[in-house]
Design a protein around this ligand. Sequence first.
Ligand SMILES: CC(C)(COP(=O)(O)OP(=O)(O)OC[C@H]1O[C@@H](n2cnc3c(N)ncnc32)[C@H](O)[C@@H]1OP(=O)(O)O)[C@@H](O)C(=O)NCCC(=O)NCCS
Ligand SMILES: [Zn+2]
Length: 346
Amino acid sequence: MSTPKVQRTYSSRNKQAFRPPVPSSPPSTLSSSPVAPPAITRPTKRRLSENDVAPEFPLAKRLKAEIKPTVKAKASTKSASKVQKTLRQLHFNIDQSILRTCSLCNLSYTKGAPDDEALHRSHCARIRQGMEWGKDEDKGNGITEVETGIKLKTGKKRGRIVAFSADATGKLGTKLSTLLNTINLSLSAPELPPSVLQASKAYLFLVAHDTLSHRERIAGCVIAQRISTAMAVVAPPSSDESPESSSDKSTSADSAPAPIIVDINTNLYCNPTPLPTPMGIPRIFVSSSFRRQGIAKHLLNAAARTFIHGCPLDPLKGQAAFSQPTGMGQAVMMDWGKGAVRVYEE
Ligand SMILES: CC(C)(COP(=O)(O)OP(=O)(O)OC[C@H]1O[C@@H](n2cnc3c(N)ncnc32)[C@H](O)[C@@H]1OP(=O)(O)O)[C@@H](O)C(=O)NCCC(=O)NCCS
Ligand SMILES: [Zn+2]
């Protein structure tokens, strides 16, 4: 038996961990549809046990599949009476160039379709600059200010972190769900189910708005989820170890189970033994114009400190885990936990 492989998970979207992803399928030729939703071009988030053949959320494919031609082939009633002896295949020669992929947010959309363009504009702005946050939105709603006056690595701006229950309702719930939709679309990740939201807290990193004094930007977001177990990250098996020898090892009673591969592209391996782990991070996102300023790390530290009241968690002791991390997620995870942050399936 060879080493069990778990391929193309959530993280596999970024084979080249830090390079922009490419469309997972050729552009649709059915570009005559004016209302097709924009298609995301990244590989999708999948469960650890899924294989290449049946992705759980083939979003790009699904969205493209929904694009139906509005131009219907005319059923020729006039010529119905005439007997056509030879049937010929009709070919539409539609300019494929109207399906555009934005290099800033990686969304594919139909240029010239007003709905598509509007959707893209708002998605793109959120990905780059973050959604707006009104200072009055802090009031009530069970929002806690976790940290203030946080210095960013560059510029003079300071930020603050607020936290609230991820199953919030009302205006706050709507805001969070818009934010999570944007994040999910960007990661090609599925919606977090209500059961996960109920067990989670949202942490938002807010920075001053460039022009409006009473508003802020949501520069980053971390969702922290109560989990029970996760797997330790382990070193990849050495290349001179053949699959046969590793499987021999896994069957012998006194040896550790064979590591499983979580992300074939980044060579991320885990020991499959479930270990008690209190906090999982199913979503982490920082808007592109705020990256590499320490925001993700500030959010993670705030979550570790406050997620369980009176019980600060230590990533260096394996008390936190990421769900199938992307390449960038793995970079943060490694930097934050120095290899001790675990991996779990959300
Ligand atoms: C991953 C992400 C949240 C990181 O946010 P961030 O605020 O830029 O991260 P930080 O500035 O806190 O980075 C902390 C450390 O992580 C590592 N790191 C973060 N992003 C990295 C990158 N793109 N390349 C290499 N290392 C990176 C670095 O060690 C960094 O420290 P340094 O800047 O002093 O070198 C952000 O890039 C993002 O939203 N990416 C798209 C969504 C995504 O992939 N989310 C992860 C899902 S698991
Ligand atoms: Zn864009």
